[in-house]
Design a protein around this ligand. Structure first.
Ligand code: ZN
Length: 191
């Protein structure tokens, strides 16, 4: 859970980062931004600001703003009913993104959040810069962290059915809850 103050501040700062990266959003898209703390209550460490641009029964497109060092926890995308699961492509717009995939442990630029080591099993580091693009197949575990300047990037994917996607940390609750009222972000999508 995050406070209303944290939610609105993060939304405003993320909108400014996205604008500075040269991406145009509508006011409605900004209002529906998902400030995701993953139910862990420590947004600056494990969190993401996510704007859904396109959601159809075939494709999804989002823009994500991560603040410096902010981490989206390890997860993967499962299939169901004949659907093989989401194939996801990241395209970096500004800043640097440290992406972690299964493989040899090469973690050096990024930092695994303290006390959460068991929930970050993918340790093969990929440093992505503006105009870099990488595609992850369904079921492949991944997590990512912004570099010291933060990061703005697109994710383009096949059908996204977010509620079905597991995270390694079983404590994660995907739906964002904001204290002080019953507000729940309209857009509870993630990547
Ligand atoms: Zn993902």
């Amino acid at each position: 859970m995050i406070t209303k103050e944290v939610y609105f501040r993060a939304r405003k700062e993320a909108a400014a980062c996205i604008k500075a990266a040269g991406i145009v959003l509508s006011d409605q898209e900004i209002e529906k931004m998902d400030v995701a703390d993953f139910g862990l209550g420590n947004l600056a460490v494990e969190g993401a600001q996510i704007v859904s641009l396109i959601d159809t029964d075939k494709i999804a497109m989002r823009v994500i703003a991560l603040f410096p060092g902010q981490t989206e926890p390890e997860h993967w995308h499962t299939g169901f009913d004949g659907y093989e699961g989401k194939q996801e492509t990241l395209r970096i717009i500004s800043g640097r993104l440290y992406l972690y995939l299964p493989g040899v442990d090469t973690v050096s630029r990024g930092r695994i959040p303290k006390g959460r080591e068991q929930y970050y099993t993918s340790r093969n580091e990929h440093v992505l810069e503006p105009a870099d693009t990488i595609t992850m197949p369904p079921l492949q575990k991944h997590w990512f962290q912004a570099g010291p300047e933060g990061c703005v990037f697109y994710t383009v994917s096949t059908l996204a059915v977010d509620a079905r996607d597991p995270f390694t940390n079983p404590d994660i609750v995907r739906k964002t809850k904001v204290a002080d009222n019953d507000y729940v972000a309209n857009n509870t999508s993630y990547v």
